[in-house]
Each structure stands twice: as structure tokens, then as C-alpha cells.
Design a binder for this molecule. Structure first.
Ligand code: OXD
Ligand code: MN
Length: 589
């Protein structure tokens, strides 16, 4: 036992009595203990050690083929009152849910070991950090939590002996039965129960379950925010760093933006980009009244396919040591890994993500699952921010929302003020692509990219954003919207994206410092085309003009879509937002 905290000890006892493991192992976080677990997992083939010369400390793991992604339809928010979960979350009465799941956990760890994982989300000792304890019967979970969080006995330091402020996570692989898979949150009890999955997003309970769903609820009650946002810093040639946080729905390139490499024009001039986080930000007003952000995580759980030296050099570098790969192809010639989009040279002698022999040159099947992942320590990242472990976090100058829109949204615009920015975030949307099943071009609204991750009523969440703006006043970050995905008539992307997105970020920072004018449009402030630096790009000013074009007819349709979307929030939609919609319609005429 690593703590004298009675609340922790009592809860662990209760869960041991329920799950009946053969033994209980407290994870202290020491290398000796982790090595022992790595050896055990290697022995049982749960983890496959990779080529230790090319990929030191790296392992491969395959999940069950029916267990490869988050399961939104089996994810629940269990609040005592149904209306507190809101119209977007699946809801169940907590008593009913406990009654349903308790028998499933009863004796589920017989013949297995229960690992007790203390962890901190955020740097240990940070006023923004929070403690969690995850109980699990999976070594894979322990080893991933070691990368993704500050794990081990030090995490209890923040808790003390009497505090009850820790998140109770209970996970069991059980039988990996998809029919009995549940990812359940009890925000009012600080509790998460996950069963019948072994896939990261469902079982690394510090991540989506705690750091977004439970934390968003805590943030509302405690005056801070948990957001699905990357955090990056841009350092100018004088050595000053300004920080930006940005929310995008899944599959819009968050990790790429977080780790971008400046284009030549900026590199030459001495600009640098620093990564603080690629997925989650916890934000709280600091003593000076500005909004400060930490990344509660300690690693990256990134999508492997499409990651290569060109799309994201820094992410690829981050995976070269002490990384766990999940569901990628296993190159049997040199015991390394491969995924679609890594390079044009797939291995011929490989094992695919399902565990079958695979010839990448001949097979029409994929070698890696499209949602295959790397779990990589943040310290591996060549551009990790020197402020990554700063307990106070970094001050945010600008917040960005973005989605994937073929025509509607321009390359970039600034909101008129904070409340208008909340409106912009609340109406964020992406159009479905051919890569996903279902119709192409369908608009899915994903407010602040939090649709799958907000642990309470989305209308109350909007109200919390409005309140935070009131609290921050004129110190509030400026809010922007970007769209990297405008297409031409042939469906090709017009904007080059990737590192060149920095050109847009530079306009954003200039706006924050009142260094550049803007053009007022019905949807917000836009750059003058000549204020987007296109030096070194093979696009011209007219193309930029096109990228900034606002088609009023499309926006009238957009406003109608927003109105329809807003209806579901009923009287929990803040009046400020219905006023924003009305004002938008008036501006569109
Ligand atoms: C993720 C996601 O895994 O947003 O980060 O789906
Ligand atoms: Mn995410």
C-alpha cells in the first residue's frame, strides 16, 4: 500500500471484495516493477518486444478485432437527474447502472491480478492537477498509463491523507464481449466503470473518461475548464512565446498542428514552435487574471496511419523509443512496425493488425487498423515545450475552433467578442468524408469538439463558457475559427495545410497584439488577403481571396442548420447564444 488515505484504502477494499482478484499489486511506478510487468506481458504474448536496436523500449500489442475504437453508443453519463446529462449523452439512472454492472464485476478478476494505479493528471504538485486511481486487470493498461500519466506513488502526494478528491476508475477486460461493453461515468460520485474492452480510449481511464468527461463536470463546479484542445507555443526571434489552444473534432489533424514544423520563411527568421499538448487542455484563470493551461497528460496516444516524416516528423520521432504500438502491422524481417502512410515500402513478410500473415506489396487488406495507435512519452518529442511541466501552466493568447468544411467556413476568421466566440465554438461542425461509412458531406455538429466528451448537459456547458468569459473580462483569450479543408471544384484541398498552417496562426497572434487590421464580414473579422503570408507557397493572392470568401447563401443555410441543432437544448440554451444566432441572421440579411 502506498498511501494512508482512508478513502482510497476503503474503496480499494470494496472493489477487491467485488472483483475477487487472486492478488492485488500496488503500482509504485518504479522501473524495477515496470520491467517485471513487461517481462510477464512478454511471456504471455500480451506485448511483443520489438527490435531493441531500432526501437529501444518499444512493444507491439494487438487488441481483439472487435475492440479497436471508442464506443460512443456504449458510453454513459449517469447523473441522478436525466436532464443533467443532457440531450447528447446516453443516460442511465446511477442506481440502475450500478445494479446492472455490479454482477458483471462480481468475481471478474478470479484467477487474475488487480493492479492499483495511482496517477496524477497534470504535473505532480500543480494547482491545476488532479489525482486518479485506476484498478485494472490489464498489464497493457498499466504500461500505457505509465506513458500517458504521471503514474506511481508520487501521485498520492497531491492527495494527502484525508482528501476524497480523487477519481475512482474500475476497469476489467472481463471477456472483451462487445455486447457487454460499458464505459460508464458517475460524475456525481467521481467514478468511472469500464468493462469488456481493452482498447485505449475505453480503458486508459485518465484520458477521455477522466480528463474530459469527469473533469468537464468538475471544471463547471470549480470554475475551470477541461477542453478537447491541443496547446502550442510560438516563439518569435526575440525569444517571446505566445500560446494558442485549439479544438478540432477527431481526424482533423490536431496532433499535426500541435507539432508543426514552421515553413522556411519563419524558420529562417528564427521562429520556433513548441508543443505543450496534442489532445486535452485544462484551463484556469491565473492570479494575473489571464487564462492558463496545462496538458494533463504525459504522453501522446496518436493515430499511427498517415503519420510520416513529412506529415508529422516530430510525432514520428516521438515513437522511436519507449513506445507501445497498438494494432499496427508487424514487420517480421526486422521486428519493427509499419502502417499505411508511413512510407511507400510496405513489408512483404509481415503480420497484420489481426495477427494474420500479410504481404504489404500484394495484399488488398490493410496492414494496420485505421485507428491503430502509438503511445509515446511526451519527453520524446523533439519540440516538447520547456514549459511542459510548469505547474502554473502557460497563458493562452488565442483559442481556435476548427472543422472540416468543403465550402462554408473560410480559412480563418476572428469572433467579434468572447460570447460570439462561444457561439462559433458551439456551432462547430465537420462534414463526413468518404473515409467513414455513411453519406459523404453530411454535417455533424461537434460543439467545441466535445460532443463525445462533455460529462454534463451541453447547454450548461455553453453557459459555463459564457461565465468564464465574464470572469476573464478583457484578459480573455481571443477566439478564432479556422478551416484547412476548403476544396476546389474537383474536390482538391486548396490550402496546403500541415506546417503552412503556421501562416494562419501568425495572423491570429498579430490580431491578439493589435498588430494588423481586419475586414468585418457577417460572420466575423477576416484577414485582408495580403495579410496572410504566402511567401514561398505556390498559391497567389486570388487563391487566398477565394479561401476567405463568405458565401451568404451557404451561411443562411448554415444559420438554419444551427437553429435546428440548438432546438434540442431547450431552455438550457443560454440566451446569449440564441441572441448570437439572431444577430448572425440579421447580418446575413
Ligand atoms: C482521440 C479522439 O482518440 O479524439 O483523441 O478520438
Ligand atoms: Mn482526442
Amino acid at each position: 500500500m502506498l498511501t494512508n488515505n482512508q478513502n482510497v484504502l476503503k474503496w480499494v477494499d470494496e472493489m477487491v471484495a467485488l472483483c475477487k482478484p487472486d492478488q492485488v499489486v500496488w503500482i509504485d511506478g518504479s522501473e524495477a516493477q515496470l520491467n517485471e510487468l513487461r517481462a510477464q506481458a512478454t511471456e504471455t504474448k500480451e506485448m511483443i518486444p520489438l527490435n531493441q536496436e531500432k526501437l529501444p523500449g518499444c512493444y507491439l500489442h494487438r487488441t481483439d478485432p472487435t475492440d479497436v475504437a471508442r464506443v460512443e453508443d456504449r458510453t454513459f453519463i449517469c447523473t441522478r437527474k436525466e436532464e443533467d446529462a443532457g440531450p447528447i449523452n446516453n443516460w442511465c439512472d446511477p442506481k440502475e447502472m450500478y445494479a446492472k454492472l455490479t454482477p458483471m464485476y462480481d468475481g471478474v478478476m478470479k484467477g487474475r491480478t488487480m493492479y492499483v494505479i495511482p496517477y496524477s493528471m497534470g504535473p505532480i504538485g500543480s494547482p491545476l492537477a488532479k489525482v486518479g486511481v485506476e484498478l485494472t486487470d490489464s498489464i497493457y493498461v498499466v504500461l500505457n498509463m505509465d506513458i500517458m500519466t504521471r503514474m506511481g506513488k508520487d501521485a498520492f502526494e497531491n492527495l494527502g491523507e484525508t482528501s476524497n478528491d480523487f477519481v475512482r476508475g474500475l476497469h476489467s477486460k472481463a471477456d472483451i464481449d462487445p455486447e457487454k461493453r460499458y464505459i460508464v461515468h458517475f460524475p456525481e460520485d467521481n467514478t468511472i466503470w469500464s468493462i469488456n474492452s481493452g482498447y485505449g480510449g475505453n480503458v486508459l481511464l485518465g484520458k477521455k473518461c477522466f480528463a474530459l468527461r469527469i473533469a468537464s463536470y468538475q471544471g463547471k463546479n470549480e470554475g475551470w475548464m477541461a477542453e478537447h484542445m491541443l496547446i502550442l507555443g510560438i516563439e518569435n526571434p526575440q525569444g517571446e512565446v505566445k500560446y494558442i489552444s485549439a479544438a478540432f473534432p477527431s481526424a482533423c489533424g490536431k496532433t499535426n498542428l500541435a507539432m508543426l514544423i514552421p515553413p522556411e520563411v519563419y524558420k529562417k527568421a528564427g521562429y520556433k514552435v513548441w508543443t505543450v499538448g496534442d489532445d486535452i487542455a485544462w484551463l484556469k484563470p491565473g492570479e494575473d487574471g489571464r487564462l492558463y493551461a496545462i496538458n494533463p497528460e504525459n504522453g501522446f496516444f496518436g493515430v499511427a496511419p498517415g503519420t510520416n516524416a513529412k506529415s508529422n516528423f516530430n510525432a514520428l520521432e516521438s515513437t522511436k523509443k519507449n513506445t507501445i504500438f497498438t494494432n499496427v502491422a508487424h514487420n517480421m524481417d526486422d521486428n519493427t512496425v509499419w502502417w499505411e502512410g508511413l512510407d511507400k515500402n510496405p513489408p512483404e513478410n509481415a503480420i497484420d493488425w489481426k495477427g494474420n500473415p500479410w504481404n504489404g506489396k500484394e495484399s488488398t487488406e490493410k496492414g494496420a487498423h485505421p485507428n491503430s495507435r502509438f503511445t509515446a512519452p511526451a519527453v520524446n518529442c523533439p519540440c516538447i515545450s520547456p514549459e511542459f511541466n510548469n505547474p502554473q501552466g502557460v497563458p493562452i493568447s488565442a483559442m481556435i475552433f476548427g472543422g472540416r468544411r468543403a465550402k462554408t467556413a473560410p480559412l480563418v476568421y476572428q469572433s467579434f467578442d468572447w460570447n460570439h466566440g462561444v457561439f462559433v465554438g458551439s456551432t462547430m461542425a465537420s462534414e463526413t468524408t468518404a473515409a467513414a461509412t455513411g453519406a459523404v458531406g453530411v454535417v455533424r455538429r461537434d460543439p467545441m469538439a466535445m460532443r463525445p466528451f462533455c460529462g454534463y448537459h451541453m447547454g450548461d456547458y455553453f453557459a459555463h463558457w459564457i461565465e468564464m468569459g465574464e470572469k476573464l473580462g478583457d484578459k480573455a483569450p481571443k477566439i478564432f475559427n479556422v478551416n484547412w479543408f476548403r476544396t476546389d471544384d474537383e474536390g482538391h484541398f486548396i490550402w496546403p495545410g500541415f506546417g503552412d498552417n503556421m501562416r494562419v496562426l501568425m495572423w491570429i497572434l498579430d490580431r491578439c497584439e493589435n498588430k494588423v487590421d481586419a475586414v468585418e464580414t457577417p460572420i466575423g473579422y477576416e484577414p485582408k488577403p495580403e495579410d496572410i503570408n504566402i511567401e514561398g507557397l505556390d498559391i497567389d493572392l486570388d487563391t487566398v481571396k477565394g479561401l476567405l470568401d463568405v458565401d451568404k447563401d451557404l451561411w443562411r443555410e448554415e444559420a438554419a442548420g444551427i437553429e435546428e441543432f440548438y432546438q434540442q437544448f431547450g431552455d438550457r440554451l443560454p440566451e446569449e447564444l440564441s441572441n448570437q444566432l439572431k444577430a448572425l441572421k440579421e447580418r446575413l440579411g
